[in-house]
Ligand binder design. Sequence first.
Ligand code: HEC
Ligand code: HEC
Length: 300
Amino acid sequence: MKKILKWTGIVLGALLLLITGTAFYLRSSAQNRLEKKYQIQPKYITVPSDSTAIAAGKKWVSSLCINCHGENLAGTEFFHTPDLGSIPAPNLTPAGACKEYTDLDWDRAIRHGVSKAGLPLLIMPAKDFQYLSDEHIAQIIAYLKTLPPVDKSWPRPSTTFLCDVLFQLGAFGDALNAETIDHQKPSHYAPERGVTAEYGQYVVKVFGCKTCHGENLNGGKDPNPEAPMGPNLTPGGNLVSWGDTAFIAAMRTGITPMGKELNSKFMPWKEIGNFEDDQLKAIYTFLMAQPNLPTADLKK
Ligand code: HEC
Ligand code: HEC
């Protein structure tokens, strides 16, 4: 009897050691990824300072950035839970995190997901912004440089042991975009603006609709575990019966023609609604030009 107890103790002890060892190993691998230095030299771009370019930049920012960095771009708490840690989206005004940023530093952060210090940015969706054309990124930078300074500072991201382990196990999807972007790729071209599927595809790409609506846009899931499924946006889904006028209305009011209220916590309709009518029509044209796909079965 004593012998059995002794052996059970040894086996349990060994298991515990193995689990703890694995957790520490996962955590230190996560930290290596978070602290890895990237040497990225973006291609030189010319940032304009005329009012037309600045106004165009403001439009892009009101659709692409305010959801996380806040209406006045002075930053938000973005992600904060006691169990996992906090990842603020920093202050982008001239009094904030980027006050020392050159034009190339802005480009490195936005299209490559790497900070001035060479560290990979968490959550910041550079995997989508990498598709911004030179002209559009330059307009965005031009506008950011004219923001009125707001004196607000945020701590650096801090993640708990548990968060690092879960991150290393892939629970948060592609949280460090710098790891998957092809940094050598030449900068991207934007098709001419117009109500065309081609221009709509560009807007869908830079906004990152696929992050939540799936690779083929026929349904997907945001990495946020609380989020509902992103519905099928191809002609296999509801949108086919809407028409572009009702689609625009849904993105401006958050209510679909079927009377469904879209939850702005999970579906950023307000920011999408900040696109202009022709851009929203182009998005709709692109979506309706997709193959008629049945809704993805995510449980598979
Ligand atoms: C989904 C949320 C999200 C969106 C949308 C987003 N950001 Fe961010 N951004 C973040 C987070 C979170 C960080 C902090 C990452 C870190 O410190 O590791 C960040 C960091 C940055 C930084 C680096 C600041 C520093 O500390 O060096 C810049 C610059 C930036 N964002 C610009 C933008 C711009 C411009 C847009 C729109 C084109 C944008 N972001 C859209 C979440 C977002
Ligand atoms: C952060 C995740 C996320 C992103 C990014 C996103 N969506 Fe959504 N979308 C959702 C979710 C979740 C829903 C379902 C909302 C609900 O049930 O309240 C939704 C619902 C919709 C609906 C309503 C569909 C229906 O059948 O009722 C449309 C239309 C839509 N999204 C279009 C878009 C477009 C176009 C883009 C890109 C420009 C986009 N979404 C980007 C998460 C997202």
